[in-house]
Design a protein around this ligand. Structure first.
Ligand SMILES: C[S@@+](CC[C@H](N)C(=O)[O-])C[C@H]1O[C@@H](n2cnc3c(N)ncnc32)[C@H](O)[C@@H]1O
Length: 311
């Protein structure tokens, strides 16, 4: 009975994917500091656009939530793992073992998934790991219950939407420049500043074993500097929407950006910290279309001194 029900549901989702390819849905896998829980709210706040660029895509929670842009839709990430997974999903490749019945969330399944590079193993790794870091088994899943049914049932829907997107492996600045125009919207959810004690652990460019596994060059860390991210963004013709967790380095970069014409605001939200829900502050900066004036040189800028989480 249960099998017949899940087969019927899978068929219904396939039909939906066929007839309503733009249907919005939740991000498929969590990535560190991903915006799955916030995506709906972000979508309602981003400016109108014809071309959509998400150059720090991660799990692309906002792309999956929003309707497709009428022009190009672009997902970029420096982490090849991410983009190759999107590519496999849109081709429906390597998904054996990720059927609509989900999979048991056990350490053994997780460890096996870490040794394989198929799309299904990657999904398992990501769904079972702490903050989506792909390395650390999420300890609260000690039982053998099956997980992932809801999302895996919708795989055809994700694949359909991904087939409409350009997928790019590379630094955010290159991706932004390549697809920039006056009617482009760049949505940026960059890695947190290094001093937050977060990016070191999880991201491409960080220093922990999990992060190092994703890194190719030292230059990758430039993207962890909010001043650099805001500088690159200020040069774009299109509008730019940037969202960060609250941090002194981000505040300093946003204060400067405001002087150059960016609109800045803070948002109090309930977020998942990996072990439950908590209230956090997000800082948002929006640049209107058109390039902005240059900022002062680095030596004239006052930068907050901080190290570790407490700064
Ligand atoms: C905060 S996460 C994005 C989360 C995403 N919004 C989501 O919904 O899951 C930041 C992403 O930036 C990527 N990244 C780090 N350095 C980068 C760079 N220099 N250029 C492009 N992407 C980069 C990381 O691999 C990570 O996927």
């Amino acid at each position: 009975m249960a099998d017949r029900l899940s087969t019927a549901l899978a068929r219904a989702h396939e039909a939906l994917a066929h007839f309503a390819p733009e249907l919005v849905c939740k991000g498929i896998w969590g990535s560190p500091a991903g915006k799955t829980l916030l995506a709906q709210r972000i979508v309602s706040e981003i400016p109108e656009h014809r071309v959509y660029v998400e150059p720090f895509a991660g799990g692309a929670a906002v792309f999956f939530r929003k309707p497709l842009a009428p022009g190009d839709n672009v997902l970029g990430d420096k982490d090849r793992w991410n983009i190759e997974l999107f590519n496999d999903l849109r081709r429906g490749r390597g998904l054996e073992g990720c059927g609509p019945n989900g999979f048991p969330a056990t350490k053994a399944v997780f460890e096996r998934a870490k040794k394989s590079k198929t799309a299904c193993s990657k999904l398992k790794q990501s769904m079972m790991s702490f903050h989506g870091d792909r390395k650390t088994f999420f300890k609260s899943n000690k039982d053998t219950r099956r997980i992932g049914q809801q999302k895996l049932r919708k795989l055809p829907l994700y694949g359909k939407k991904l087939r409409k997107a350009h997928l790019v492996v590379g630094d955010f600045s290159k991706t932004m420049r390549r697809f920039d125009s006056l009617d482009t919207l760049h949505f940026l959810d960059p890695p947190w500043p290094l001093a937050s004690g977060y990016s070191e652990q999880f991201y491409h460019g960080g220093t922990s074993a999990a992060a190092r596994a994703k890194t190719s060059t030292k230059n990758d860390r430039k993207a962890f500097d909010p001043h650099h991210v805001m500088d690159v963004s200020s040069k774009m013709k299109g509008s730019v929407f940037v969202i960060y967790g609250d941090h002194p380095d981000v505040r300093a970069a946003f204060v400067e950006a405001k002087k150059r014409g960016w609109k800045i605001y803070a948002q109090k939200v309930t977020n998942s910290s990996g072990v439950g829900m908590r209230k956090v502050i997000n800082l948002i900066a929006i640049k209107p279309p058109g390039a902005l004036p240059k900022r002062k040189s680095a030596s004239k800028r006052k930068r907050p001194r901080c190290s570790g989480r407490s700064c």
